[in-house]
Design a binder for this molecule. Structure first.
Ligand SMILES: [Zn+2]
Length: 704
């Protein structure tokens, strides 16, 4: 019997739920019946589901516990509040300022979806570039066809010049130590730009560090006006490109390599945050045709689809690639025997086209091994130097295929025709259809990074949030979906505990900051926690402990579908989740996204009383931080029986203590908060009382 059927069968005789602003007394009376722990749990859920605003709790009842316990009489359950007066602004349920929640308006709807007048700009690129391996430089020409879909007339544009991070004295070089992950390592680089033209007329760039303003000779009209920007560019390739690009010997990994349009949106207008190294990217969608000229012996791996295989691949390679495109098994396109440095006179030009992308990147080396396979018509490829890349890379094409397949099945179909992994000096970095991952012998580490980087194809390559402002919408969402991938691939792995510990370590080290902190302002030592694990834990907690997997999974897929190839903001995500799960989650966003408060609720004690002729146990709960949270209690009775009770978050509306009045036909001898120990409660020493019943084993996450 599942919880829904129980909920219908045992309709409470009397339910009083006057709302969260007044003293709350909830009385539920039911007749005599036999039941199991499962029905007791369902009853407790039913109790909190008595008012319409909590129906979600009923449909979302957790899976029944296993142990059957016979309890002949179920007395009334009465909850009463601790009742201390509080300043309204200190109330955990008080509305957020919603600074990050623009609207709702005609562009962004109240239900979290793009509004009826939603618009975004479009940037299409044609790029030709040459890699000079003697001067270790890239030079090229870019033509940007920019479409102004906004309701505004534009008189100028901002472009991103990421290579200027490597100019001596750049803002990033001043902020991040030279030897740090994002540091410039003393490299002196930056763009040389020439022949800058706007609408066919010579233009004078106004460069501010990594941003460039170009004024339009004629205003670009709203709702479809276009303008073309062209220029020549050149830069020396940094060996260590802030762990996002670089060079190792003859191998080049090239990204942030051409001047790109900044995003103009309805929230900020021009998004002009500088590229400092740690913060990632926010880019417009469009189609990109690019041609890369390299020494003739080089192989190029890239975003997009190769347009001229007849000019750059041998007949044998083309035949192998065609076979791989129909094969679920891995086909070597350049085999281990063939993967030695080739020297050939002259150069070759590799042409690629990438559609519906926000960026493109590429890599080139004379000695790549190249493996390919496919799933559902999507080519999955791995390029790696052998044996330098480490043995783990022989599995990389299969891992790429596996990742694309499982994320497609779990969240949303991968929308691109190919997915490429390249081994090289960059530890792990993502671009559309193309990721760079460090070489190594450790197969767990290589899979972990490959599945993480390809997860970024969903966040933020397809769901195009502002990574530079909101690391949690990029790395956090990706770490969340990566949890499902890893727990599926590694049968014995459950991720949550290590992620909670990572968050705790950041708190203890003083490097925790609110999730809303922009990526560059997160302490580098806290980035792994604040940008990745903490938001992943909070999404898992929201899913598993607050709204339930069924509604959350559907809501999360709604969010992906609504915002694919668009620019969602935090408010759009919050609204999508609240609408789709039927919950007001202000308290959750407020405490966990806008503050560094942590959850710590404890059990202060238990006493027994007679109330209305029935024996009850009063469990004294104590909230030790501002963070409110729904409470799950597991109670052990003197006859050995065990029952679970769910209390709604609203028990904390009027104070930090709450007396939960529970049926106690026999004495309560032990209490455990959070039978599911994956709840991120900070101090588990106060989570039990007496002789506590056992906790549940921590379960793997499985998509609903
Ligand atoms: Zn990442």
């Amino acid at each position: 019997m599942d919880a829904n059927r129980l909920a219908k069968r045992f309709v409470p005789a009397a339910v009083a739920w006057p709302g969260i602003s007044a003293r709350c007394r909830l009385a539920i009376r039911a007749g005599r019946y036999s039941q199991t722990v499962a029905t007791a749990r369902a009853f407790a859920i039913l109790g909190v589901a008595g008012c319409a605003s909590h129906q979600a709790a009923v449909t979302n009842a957790p899976a029944p516990a296993a142990t059957a316990v016979r309890i002949d009489t179920l007395p009334s359950v009465v909850m009463s509040l601790g009742g201390e007066a509080r300043d309204q602004t200190a109330n955990a349920f008080y509305s957020l300022s919603r600074r990050e929640w623009p609207g709702p308006n005609q562009y962004r709807s109240a239900n979290g979806a793009p509004g009826p007048q939603y618009w975004q700009q479009r940037a299409d690129y044609k790029i030709t570039a040459t890699l000079d391996t003697t001067s270790r430089s890239v030079s090229g020409f870019v033509q940007i066809h920019y479409t102004n879909n906004s309701p505004d007339t534009l008189h100028y544009a901002w472009l991103q010049l990421d290579q200027n991070l490597y100019r001596p004295g750049s803002q990033g070089s001043l902020l991040f130590p030279a030897d740090s992950r994002w540091g410039v390592r003393g490299f002196r680089g930056g763009y040389d730009l020439s022949d800058v033209q706007v609408a066919g007329q010579s233009a004078t760039p106004r460069i501010n560090d990594t941003m460039m303003r170009l004024d339009f000779p004629r205003a670009v009209p709203p709702r479809g006006g276009t303008v073309d920007v062209t220029m020549k560019f050149r830069f020396n390739v940094p060996d260590h490109g802030s762990d996002r690009m670089g060079r190792d010997g003859a191998l080049y990994e090239i990204a942030q390599w051409y001047p790109r349009m900044a995003v103009y949106d309805d929230v900020a207008g021009w998004n002009t945050d500088q590229y400092l190294g740690q913060g990632e990217f926010y880019l417009e969608y469009g189609d990109i045709d690019f041609a890369v000229t390299v020494p003739a012996g080089y192989t190029v791996a890239a975003s997009g689809v190769l347009q001229n295989p007849g000019e750059v691949l041998t007949a044998t390679q083309r035949e192998r690639l065609a076979r791989a495109a129909r094969s679920a098994l891995v086909v070597p396109v350049i085999s281990v025997e063939e993967a030695h440095a080739r020297t050939a006179p002259g150069t070759r030009t590799w042409r690629f086209r990438a559609e519906k992308v926000r960026d493109v990147a590429w890599a080139a080396a004379p000695d790549f091994r190249w493996d390919a396979t496919s799933w559902n018509g999507i080519l999955a490829q791995a390029y790696y130097q052998w044996p330098k890349s480490g043995k783990s890379w022989e599995a990389a094409a299969e891992e790429t295929q596996w990742t694309i397949r499982h994320f497609s099945e779990m969240f949303a179909q991968y929308p691109y025709p190919q997915a490429t992994s390249v081994a090289g000096p960059v530890g792990g970095m993502e671009y559309p259809m193309f990721v760079m991952v460090a070489g190594g012998e450790d197969s767990l580490s290589t899979f972990s990074t490959i599945t993480h980087e390809h997860g970024h194809e969903w966040f933020p390559m397809v769901v195009g949030s502002n990574e530079r402002r909101y690391a949690w919408m990029d790395e956090g969402f990706n770490t969340y979906i990566e949890t499902f991938s890893k727990e599926l691939r590694w049968r014995d792995t459950v991720m949550i505990e290590s992620m909670v510990n990572n968050w705790k370590n950041a708190v203890n080290a003083g490097s925790d900051v609110p999730l809303m902190t922009s990526a560059d302002n997160i302490p580098p030592s806290g980035l792994g926690a604040v940008g990745y694990r903490k938001p992943a834990v909070l999404l898992l907690t929201l899913r598993n402990q607050v709204v339930g997997p069924t509604l959350f999974d559907a809501a999360f897929r709604d969010y992906i579908r609504e915002w694919s190839f668009k620019h969602p903001t935090p408010g759009d995500f919050f609204r999508t989740i609240e609408n789709a799960t039927g919950r007001d989650l202000s308290w959750y966003w407020r405490e966990f996204w806008y503050t560094t408060n942590v959850l710590d609720i404890g059990v202060d004690g238990v006493r027994h009383e007679q109330q209305s002729g029935e024996s009850v146990a009063i469990v004294k709960l104590h909230r030790r931080t501002p963070v409110v949270f729904p409470v799950k209690l597991r109670v052990k009775y003197s006859n050995g029986s065990v029952r679970d009770f769910d209390l709604p978050v609203e028990i904390w509306a009027n104070g930090s203590v709450f007396d939960a009045v529970l049926p106690a036909p026999v004495a309560v001898v032990g209490v455990r908060l959070w039978p599911d120990t994956s709840v991120p409660d900070w101090d588990n020493s106060n989570d039990t009382w007496g002789d506590p019943p056992p906790a549940d084993p921590v379960r793997k996450v499985t998509l609903k």
